[in-house]
Design a protein around this ligand. Structure first.
Ligand SMILES: Nc1ncnc2c1ncn2[C@@H]1O[C@H](COP(=O)(O)OP(=O)(O)OP(=O)(O)O)[C@@H](O)[C@H]1O
Length: 461
């Protein structure tokens, strides 16, 4: 079994071990003296590939030391499989002198290892410590990047700013428990996306995710929508209808715009949260429903409670865990990231003349206030892709700078516009005859065809 070593100074309290390294001892020589110098490192020692495998399965490592002596072909094959298949981490080899020139081992190190040292270390020990530190730091960076990629791939959530990273870490924490969550934040900040991400990461992920916008329906309809009704419960109730709470059984119920839920229904929802039971409208049967509730609002519910518009007991019941979503303008660096993400999403697989955003457009996006947050950004990008006549989307295309005198185009934009105009004019004048138009422009036919393609101008029929 793997054992854990915490180095302790004699007479001094043990320094807090903040970083962990896996040590795999595959040599007939004794353990390297280097381990004694790894202060502030927690060393998990293993003495075979199997032990290393099980240690790697038990906890995440950023860095591992493999102490390599003479290896049989079988051992080398096992080591290769381990470093190739283990979760991504940086391996550093410590090789007993005399085995460095072993061709197969050096090829393995060259292919898979971050660095290597020959033993005995002697005065190279501080360098090993520094290498371990770098390898660990790089591993941490990779871990963060992996997490951002996972959010992008699994939840379609994009962002790398400190503000959104904090939200990601809160999602991770609340997903692991089954309590009610209240998500607050401006309109279009991604509250529903966050609720879905919590659901996907929770043990309920195989159950349904059912959403209801409490502000979208009149009071009488919302009650039937939430709790369902029996046949004949009211005029027009021609058959039994399952409500959203019931439909969310075994999964998650997302109540958007919870601040809009009428006071008369707040008490019903509170009863469900306390007793986990409902009765369909016009029904007498009490149904037990196991659904986790996530609510969201752009309103200040605490203020609403003070003003009597929202029940205090329901507020506390919903607000067991909370996530505050930052406005887009507070997410440093994310605007460009999101704009490019949506640009790729809307142009992928289609032939579009636009290639991306001009620098001025990016500056304008960064300077904009984004009252509609991510939803507004999506709409502006989508519209600009369709409407733009340029190769690069401009601030004007995004509706972030008015045209006319104020909007000074970049030199490239101006050149492109002028080029396009003059080609169009010459083609018109030449009755769409490319050879004649090329002559008017003083360029070859081939050049004109290339320019027409660049500006997506139709050729002669
Ligand atoms: N971080 C993000 N990455 C990618 N897309 C996002 C992100 N945040 C929000 N979106 C997208 O923005 C749009 C609005 O998000 P969502 O509906 O979750 O916001 P909301 O806060 O619930 O809005 P509202 O309060 O108006 O109901 C959706 O299309 C969503 O996919």
């Amino acid at each position: 079994m793997a054992t854990i070593l915490n180095k302790q100074h004699r007479g001094a309290p043990a320094p807090e071990a903040t970083r962990t390294v896996l040590y795999l001892h595959l040599s007939s020589q004794p353990e390297t003296e280097a381990l004694a110098g790894l202060e502030n490192w927690r060393v998990v020692r293993t003495h075979s590939i199997t032990e290393a495998c099980s240690a790697l399965n038990q906890e995440p490592f950023q860095v591992a030391l493999a102490h390599i002596g003479e290896l049989s072909d079988e051992q080398r094959g096992d080591l290769e499989r381990l470093v190739e298949n283990a979760p991504p981490l940086n391996w550093i080899a410590l090789i007993d002198a005399g085995h460095v020139k072993d061709g197969a081992t050096s090829a393995l190190i060259y292919d898979y290892f971050f660095d290597y040292y020959t033993l005995p270390l002697k005065d190279k020990a501080p360098y090993l410590c520094a290498t371990l530190g770098h390898a660990w730091g790089l591993g941490k960076l990779r871990e963060q990047e992996d997490e951002l990629r996972r959010y992008r791939e699994e939840c379609q959530m994009v962002g790398a700013s400190p503000a959104i990273r904090l939200v990601f870490s809160q999602i991770r924490k609340v997903a692991g428990v089954d309590a009610t969550v209240l998500i607050t934040g401006g309109s279009g900040t991604g509250k529903e996306l966050i609720a879905r991400a919590i659901h996907q990461r929770s043990h309920r992920r195989k159950g349904p995710f059912v959403a209801l916008n409490c502000g979208a329906l009149p009071e009488n309809l919302i009650q039937a929508e939430l709790f369902g009704h029996e046949k004949g419960a009211f005029t027009g109730a021609h058959c039994r209808k399952i409500g959203r709470i019931e439909a969310a059984g075994g999964g998650t119920l997302f109540l958007d715009e919870i601040g809009d839920l009428p006071l008369s229904l707040q008490v019903n929802l509170l009863r469900f949260l306390q007793e986990e039971t409902i009765e369909r409208l016009g029904g007498h049967e009490t149904l037990y429903i196991d659904a986790r509730v996530i609510a969201a609002t752009h309103r200040d519910l605490e203020e609403e409670v003070k003003e009597g518009g929202f029940r205090e007991d329901l507020y506390y019941r919903l607000n067991v865990l909370s996530i505050e979503v930052p406005d887009l303008k507070e997410r440093e660096g994310d605007i460009e990231l999101l704009a490019n993400f949506f640009f790729r999403k809307f142009t992928e697989g289609r032939h579009h003349k636009v290639r991306g955003f001009s620098r001025r457009a990016i500056a304008a996006m960064n300077g904009h206030d984004w009252p509609g947050n991510v939803r507004e950004l999506i709409n502006r990008v989508r519209k600009a892709i369709v409407m733009s006549d340029n190769r690069l989307i401009t601030a004007v295309d995004l509706g972030l700078e008015c045209g006319g005198e104020q909007a000074v185009p970049t030199l490239e934009e101006a050149r492109n516009q002028a080029e396009r105009q003059v080609i169009r004019r010459s083609l018109r004048k030449a009755g769409n005859n490319v050879s004649a138009a090329a002559k008017l422009l003083g360029v070859s036919r081939v050049t004109l065809y290339r320019l027409m393609e660049k500006h997506r101008l139709p050729g002669p029929k």
